[in-house]
Write a protein that binds this ligand. Structure first.
Ligand code: G3P
Ligand code: MG
Length: 357
């Protein structure tokens, strides 16, 4: 389609605005691309009426794979290249904690995949629930390790290991077993398995990669997610020990995640397009009011958003359902991600007094 307005150059990329996308419920649902997402991505890559390329990043609370592996999946699902340099998942910021803790328990995800992720980040000594069950199969009365799990878990002598922190990287595949193991560590003396604290106040800290109570997948209704496990663990700890467990969540809506996203976006624009200034506007497109919209709005109001305005767009293809009132109101509601991208481009066109978006 020919542009009605002369284009500054053949490969013009806007330096004035950018997009940030949530993944589940916006681009992907139940492992498949949401149909409009493919067209939306093409528009960002220049297939729009202005032939303008618009830089973008992806910010998901999900996880369970290395950033590289996840980007390969996304590239296949969306039909264009997605680079790890434009991607953040729930556990990405956890890599900043590698110096703080030596031995860590990593929970969640498929098989032993999250161990590989954690070691890739630089964690020095990673223990998994599989290692613990392998060392003592009485740990989880109703869970037996499969042959593959037995092969992938490691032989450890826990009598001389202190677990210094617990990281829930991705959704637990076995709530009962994983919660039992987390409780054992939390109720121990200084993270030493097999011991019991007398006071229950010497357990290691627990970090979750996000706090989404529900998320959008193939089922017609939302499914419970990691935030539900977090609530469950806190409740269990209270009834079992009588004490209150304080846990920490990363991911959206935490402002730290949006700060991390800002840094990534600036770097991505600079390295890829040679753009040196901050974008005036970042359109964040999400489906979950509690994490995407709340985070975007609060970040925008914080001093960390700097010169950029973060603009929240809520879509109807995921957690948020038409006819309900979003707990955190977005600046704009669109049917799907394609409409959201069109909306942003049009809004910029109007903003620049119809010169060039
Ligand atoms: O488990 C992932 C889910 O809670 C949210 O993913 O992409 O919607 O942030 P996303
Ligand atoms: Mg989502």
């Amino acid at each position: 389609t020919a542009s009605p307005i002369p284009r500054p150059s053949e490969t013009y990329t806007t330096d004035r605005y950018a997009f940030a996308f949530d993944i589940d419920g916006v681009l992907i649902r139940g492992g498949n691309a949401i149909p409009e997402a493919i067209q939306a991505m093409k528009m960002l890559n220049g297939e729009n009426q202005f032939d303008v390329k618009i830089p973008y990043i992806l910010v998901t609370n999900g996880g369970g794979k290395t950033e590289k592996e996840r980007c390969l999946d996304l590239s296949r699902q969306l039909g264009l290249g997605i680079s790890p340099a434009q991607f953040i998942c729930g556990h990405t910021p956890m890599r900043e904690m590698i110096e703080k803790y030596n031995t860590v328990l990593v929970v969640g995800g498929e098989g032993e995949k999250c161990r590989i992720v954690a070691e890739g980040y630089g964690f020095k000594d990673v223990v998994t629930p599989g290692d613990i069950i392998k060392a003592n199969h009485h740990t989880t009365p109703f869970r037996k390790l499969t042959g593959e799990e037995l092969r992938n878990s490691r032989d450890r002598d826990f009598s001389n290991i202190n677990i210094e922190a617990i990281f829930v990287f991705a959704d637990s595949r076995d709530w009962a077993g994983d919660q039992q193991i987390i409780l054992d560590v939390l109720m121990s003396k200084n993270g030493r398995l097999g011991t019991r604290s007398e006071t229950f106040d010497e357990g290691p800290p627990v970090f979750f990669s996000h706090n989404d109570l529900v998320w959008s997948t193939s089922h017609e209704h939302t499914r419970i997610g990691m935030g539900a496990l977090k609530a469950s663990l806190e409740a269990l700890y209270k009834v079992v020990t009588g004490k209150t467990l304080t846990t920490v969540a990363f991911g959206k809506p935490q402002l730290g995640t949006f700060q991390f996203a800002t840094k990534l976006l600036l770097q991505w624009r600079k390295e890829n397009y040679g753009i040196d200034k901050a974008p005036e506007t970042v359109y964040f497109v999400g489906d979950t009011p509690e994490s995407d919209i709340r985070g975007t709005n609060e970040f925008n109001q914080s001093r960390w958003s700097g010169e950029s305005t973060w603009f929240s767009v809520l879509v109807k293809t995921g957690v948020y359902q038409e006819g309900t009132i979003p707990r955190y109101p977005p600046q704009k509601i669109c049917s799907n991600v394609l409409e959201a991208v069109k909306f942003g481009i049009q809004r910029e066109f109007v903003k620049t007094t119809k010169k060039y978006p």
